[in-house]
Design a protein around this ligand. Structure first.
Ligand SMILES: *Cc1c(COP(=O)(O)O)cnc(C)c1O
Length: 453
């Protein structure tokens, strides 16, 4: 008997999941670096006739699997990647069967999950009542959506009609900390504002904006601040910034891609107490919260302004019952927020706090253990990021980094910060446990012994 299309699909779904299970089962034993020797075999000509599913999946799981970076393992400490919580992965898998678009007509239940997830996050982070926003592909797009919103608000204060375009528009001012993330600069360019006229504010020896060097602000100024410096984890001085911005009616935007989550922690979040004084915030689900890629969130204190800038209808009037597409940059969009909903339900409030505290605790331990080994960590451990160097032997840092990468035991990358060369460790994976940290420290100790003695 001929199988129906849905039976074919459900069998295929299971085959994919089975290979995912096998992949996860071998992850704690394999090297963290990808094995690339067979990569070329994936680059073949398109066959005239389609291949059987088993054949495709075997190639994908085999050559594709070995060519993955084992970032899902607890021994990956590069960039700020995160892993995928079990509930979030399972939700991803179910979503792939559903194939919903996050829109109230074509995916009503996933839109409800997204809206609920947003309200939980607003509450968890202590943001002002009425704050709302949209899930995006990540912090880059979330920053862009909010910079566009801020741009339109600041321009309309100058009498420039929303939607009138930037040609001939009044000038705006942009104030940003020297160590703002490179993607914020990209977002500024995408928003048509460019970066050549930024009024840069110097940072201190932690990478935090110096409050007393912030220029005089006014109501055509966009201030770009950061919660979570990628090298040190440090936070800009929000309390003072919010006060200055409010007094001048400037727009305060906070890029908190990974660092905004620190707010839930008693210890790591104390500098974020006045986070609610900003106008807009960006936070990723796919980093610290550990949902699968890709998922970020744009949050705005003035959601009606976000809608006026992002709405699908070009009337520039807020829709009475907005769809996610009226706030997000995209029209058709996957229901990525449903994974955040599942992740948050699986952790509960206490679980989020515990995970964030665990990242912070591991980062502190790493800084302490590496200092004991003779390394220098030239900053306080604010959250989950640790920049490490050897002041009299900076060149050895790159060789130590490579040695650890090649050992397969752990992975982190080289970094340069405030003129110092070293390496950077990020603790952002829910799966990382004490034993993974032991293996990381042992691999670094071994590399250092072999390279510098
Ligand atoms: C990762 C990161 C970004 C960019 O986020 P994506 O989700 O990759 O687009 C922006 N800002 C900071 C501070 C980041 O760490």
């Amino acid at each position: 008997m001929q199988k129906t299309p849905l039976i074919v699909q459900s069998e295929a779904y299971l085959e994919g999941a089975k290979r995912g299970v096998r992949y996860l089962e071998q992850l704690s034993d394999r090297q963290v670096q990808p094995e690339l020797s067979r990569l070329q075999q994936l680059d073949r000509s398109l066959p005239e006739a389609g291949l059987p599913l088993q054949n495709i999946l075997d190639t994908m799981a085999g050559i594709g699997g070995e060519g993955t970076v084992a970032s899902a393992a607890g021994r990956y400490f590069g960039y700020v990647i995160g892993g995928a919580l079990p509930a979030a992965s399972a939700a991803r898998s179910l979503l792939s069967a559903w194939d919903q678009i996050a829109d109230s007509l074509t995916g009503p239940s996933v839109v409800q999950m997204e809206e609920t997830a947003i309200s939980w996050i607003v509450e968890l982070l202590g943001l002002p009542e009425g704050t709302n926003g949209a899930f995006t592909s990540g912090a880059t797009m979330a920053n862009m959506a909010l910079i566009v919103t801020a741009r339109d608000v600041l321009l309309s204060r100058q009498g420039h009609e929303r939607g009138a375009g930037l040609i001939g528009a009044p000038r705006l001012r942009i104030v940003a900390g020297r160590e703002i993330h490179a993607t914020v600069l990209k977002s500024l360019r995408m928003a048509g504002l460019g970066t050549q006229d930024i009024e840069w504010v110097d940072v201190d020896d932690q990478g935090q904006m110096k409050l007393d060097e912030v220029p005089e602000l006014d109501e055509r100024t966009l201030v770009l601040a950061q919660a979570g410096n990628v090298c040190t984890g440090a936070f800009d001085p929000f309390e003072g910034l919010a006060e200055k911005c409010r007094a001048a009616n400037a727009w305060l935007h906070v890029d908190g891609a990974f660092g905004l989550w620190a707010k839930v922690s008693e210890e790591a979040g104390f500098k974020l107490k006045k986070l609610d004084g900003a106008d807009s915030w960006v936070v990723d689900s796919h980093k610290t919260l550990n949902t699968p890629y890709d998922s970020g969130l744009a949050l705005c204190r003035h959601p009606e302004d976000m809608q006026a800038s992002m709405a699908i209808g070009a009337s520039y009037l807020p829709a009475a019952d907005p769809n996610p597409a009226d706030r997000a940059p995209e029209f058709s969009r996957s229901a990525r927020g449903a994974e955040t909903w599942a992740a948050l339900l699986s952790l509960g409030r206490a679980g989020v706090v515990e995970m964030v505290d665990r990242f912070h605790g591991h980062a502190k331990r790493i800084a302490g253990d590496l200092s004991a080994l003779g390394f220098t960590v030239p900053h306080d451990v604010h959250f989950n990021q640790v920049f490490v160097t050897l002041p009299k032997n900076e060149d050895a840092c790159a060789r130590i980094t490579e040695h650890v990468q090649n050992s397969g035991e752990a992975w982190f990358g080289p970094a340069t910060w405030q003129g110092k060369t070293g390496f950077r460790i990020s603790v952002s994976n829910w799966a990382t446990n004490d034993e993974d940290i032991d293996r990381l420290i042992a691999a670094i100790a071994k590399a250092k012994a072999e390279i510098v003695g």
